[in-house]
Design a protein. Structure first.
Length: 178
C-alpha cells in the first residue's frame, strides 16, 4: 500500500521552515537594535570621536534595515492572505532574509569594532572585528554554499535528482514518498 502523495504540502513545510529560521534570527536583531538605540543616550557617547559616530550610524542603520527585512514577512503574509502562491512567497521571504542577514552581519561587525575600539583601541578592535567578520562569513555563507555544492555533486553521483538551486527533492530523500 503506497502512501498518499503529499507533494502539494511541501511548499507549506518549506514556508514553515523559513518562518522558523526567522524566529531564530529575529531576537538577535531586536537585541542589537535595542542596544544600539540606547547607546547615544548614555553619558559616554558624547566622548567618542566623530569617526566612531559614523561607525555607530552605519551599524544602527544596518541593524534597523535587518530588523525591517526580518519582520516584513509577517506583515506581508497578513496583507496577502489568502496566499495563492506559497512557493513564490517563500522565495520572496527567503530573499528578504538573505539580504537582512547581510545587514545584520554588517551591524554585528561594526558594533564589535565600535565596542572594542573603546576597550582595546581602534587598531586592536579592527583586528578582532575583522576576525569576527571572517568567522561570520565562513559560517553564514561560505560553509553552506560549499556544503550545498558538495551534497549536490554527491547526489548527482548517486543518481538523485537535484533542483536548480542544488536542493535534493524530498521525493529522493524521503522514503515515505516512494
Amino acid at each position: 500500500m503506497s502512501q498518499p502523495d503529499n507533494s502539494g504540502a511541501q511548499p507549506d513545510n518549506e514556508l514553515g521552515d523559513v518562518l522558523a529560521e526567522l524566529r531564530v534570527v529575529l531576537p538577535g536583531a531586536q537585541l542589537l537594535s535595542g542596544f544600539l538605540l540606547t547607546l547615544p543616550f548614555s553619558t559616554g557617547f558624547a566622548k567618542i570621536v566623530d569617526f566612531e559616530k559614523v561607525i555607530f550610524v552605519f551599524s544602527f542603520v544596518s541593524s534597523l534595515i535587518s530588523l525591517i527585512l526580518f519582520t516584513a514577512p509577517a506583515y506581508q503574509h497578513r496583507l496577502m492572505r489568502p496566499l495563492t502562491d506559497r512557493g513564490r512567497f517563500k522565495d520572496l521571504i527567503s530573499r528578504q532574509m538573505l539580504v537582512g542577514s547581510v545587514f545584520l552581519a554588517s551591524a554585528l561587525i561594526l558594533s564589535c569594532w565600535l565596542v572594542l575600539s573603546e576597550i582595546v583601541g581602534a587598531r586592536s578592535g579592527l583586528v578582532v572585528a575583522a576576525a569576527c567578520m571572517a568567522v561570520l562569513g565562513a559560517l553564514w555563507w561560505l560553509a553552506p554554499l560549499l556544503l550545498r555544492r558538495r551534497w549536490s555533486a554527491a547526489s548527482a553521483r548517486n543518481g538523485v535528482e537535484a533542483t536548480p538551486r542544488g536542493e535534493v527533492s524530498s521525493r529522493a530523500t524521503n522514503p515515505r514518498f516512494d
